[in-house]
Write a protein that binds this ligand. Structure first.
Ligand code: HMG
Length: 389
């Protein structure tokens, strides 16, 4: 039985910062941000968007009533948790009106947990082939104003409907993984911004990729020739390129050229959104599938997932016949096109607005946020969510 991605969709908030303007404001050469890092724009979450609303907005327009009826499990991968106890999945379950019989749970391992959710969903569907699993990956990447990580922030979510006989991509069974207890990036419970050893995290990202890729090629006897494209977790778009080049051992043959060219396409959305942690790999996959005009049906796509701390995994998918008919490129183009560019001054103000942590009641101004689902405020320690539809 084939199991995999039946539907996939993203959402990113309506505000963004231009990286050229951010570079000038920080006294840096804009080419460092746009070429050295590889980011053109950075999505900015207003106070009215949090991981729950981002995920709910990603899923809301994708799911039909029949999909909702078939979902019996919601898996929510995030590292921007809003509660130590109640899962973000339960809030989204409520906002989307999913069946009460469906379970809901949150998963955590930095940027990796969306991939963990996909693998767990596969197992669940193997046992329950008539059921569907809603996988959500949603995050707001925050390092802080004027930090070295600032240029690699972003916000957004991906919703993936996993099923048997998937319409977009079968996820193959063979995959390889590596876990090692390291401190390259982490966020203690008391901090709303990440701690990071930037250079070390880059080294570990590449080392893990090289390890899981070589494990995979040994296990399967496959090589780059067997792949149409490779998609990467993209904390910034130069990162995947560095990892990919680390395994181009035999120079630039046809396979390397094809994979490099497809890599550029797979980074297009990410260049405009920034790091979205758990969702980044899947934003990149969407970029490839929706913006490549002639990616053949039946081709194999390799995917590298990396979550600091750290877990890395290499896994693969096969594009299904007619997969293009089940994508929503126009909606995604619209989401990015209708965004509002804010000045660096406004970005700093928006970034500094945070949800109160002292129990005080707060009502947020939602009039400027066009999102169908938003956070209207906080009351007696409870987040107040509103669904406009
Ligand atoms: P930095 O010190 O600001 O930048 O940190 P740099 O000096 O290393 O320069 C970056 C690149 O720009 C270099 O290219 C420069 O040469 C180039 P490279 O040599 O690396 O190819 N450059 C220029 N290019 C053109 N024109 C110029 C110019 N000047 C310099 N004028 C860093 C950059 C990414 C380390 C920092 O932003 C950071 O710490 N970010 C956060 C950590 C991160 O993203 N790590 C990635 C791997 S870990 C991961 O992916 C997991 C993660 O998503 C979290 C999770 O799992 O939850 C982060």
């Amino acid at each position: 039985m084939k199991i995999g991605i039946d539907k996939i969709s993203f959402y990113s908030p309506h505000l963004y910062v231009d990286m050229n303007e951010l570079a000038v404001a920080r006294g840096d050469d804009p080419a460092k941000y746009t070429i050295g890092i590889g980011q053109d724009e950075m999505a900015l979450a207003p106070i009215t968007q949090d991981p729950v609303t981002l995920a709910a907005n990603a899923a809301e327009q994708m799911l039909t009533a029949d999909d909702k009826d078939a979902i019996d499990l919601v898996l929510f991968g995030t590292e921007t948790g809003i509660d130590h106890s109640k899962s973000a999945a339960v809030y989204v379950h409520g906002l989307l009106g999913l069946p009460p019989e469906a379970r809901a749970v949150e998963l955590k391992q930095a940027c990796y947990s969306g991939t963990a959710a996909i693998q767990l969903a596969k197992g669940h569907i193997a046992l329950n082939p008539d059921k569907k699993v809603l996988v959500l990956a949603s995050d707001i990447a925050r390092y802080g104003l004027k930090t070295s990580g600032e240029v690699t922030q972003g916000a957004g979510a991906v919703a993936i409907l996993m099923s048997a006989d998937p319409k977009v991509m079968e996820i193959e069974n063979v995959c390889t993984a590596k876990t090692d207890d390291i401190m390259d990036f982490w966020r203690p419970n008391y901090s709303d911004t990440a701690y990071v050893d930037g250079k070390y995290s880059n080294e570990k990202y590449i080392e893990f990729f090289s390890d899981v890729w070589h494990q995979y090629t040994e296990k399967t006897n496959r090589s780059l020739d067997d792949f149409e494209a490779l998609c990467f977790h993209l904390p910034y778009t130069k990162m995947g390129l560095k990892a990919m080049q680390s395994v181009f051992a035999d120079g630039m043959g046809d396979a390397e050229k094809r994979i490099l060219s497809n890599y550029q396409i797979s980074t297009t959305y990410n260049r405009r959104i920034g790091n979205v942690y758990t969702a980044s790999l899947y934003v990149s996959l969407l970029s490839l599938l929706e913006l490549h005009t002639s990616l053949p049906e039946g081709s194999r796509i390799g995917m590298y997932s990396y979550g600091s701390g750290a877990v890395g995994e290499f896994f693969t998918g096969i594009l299904q016949d007619g997969y293009r008919d089940h994508l929503c490129a126009e909606r995604h183009e619209h989401i990015l096109k209708q965004r509002e560019k804010v000045s660096v001054e406004t970005y700093e103000k928006v970034f500094s607005q945070t949800v109160p942590v002292d129990g005080s009641t707060k009502v947020f101004d939602e009039t400027t946020d066009p999102a169908p689902i938003y956070l209207s405020g906080i009351k007696e320690h409870m987040r107040q969510y509103v669904c406009r539809t």
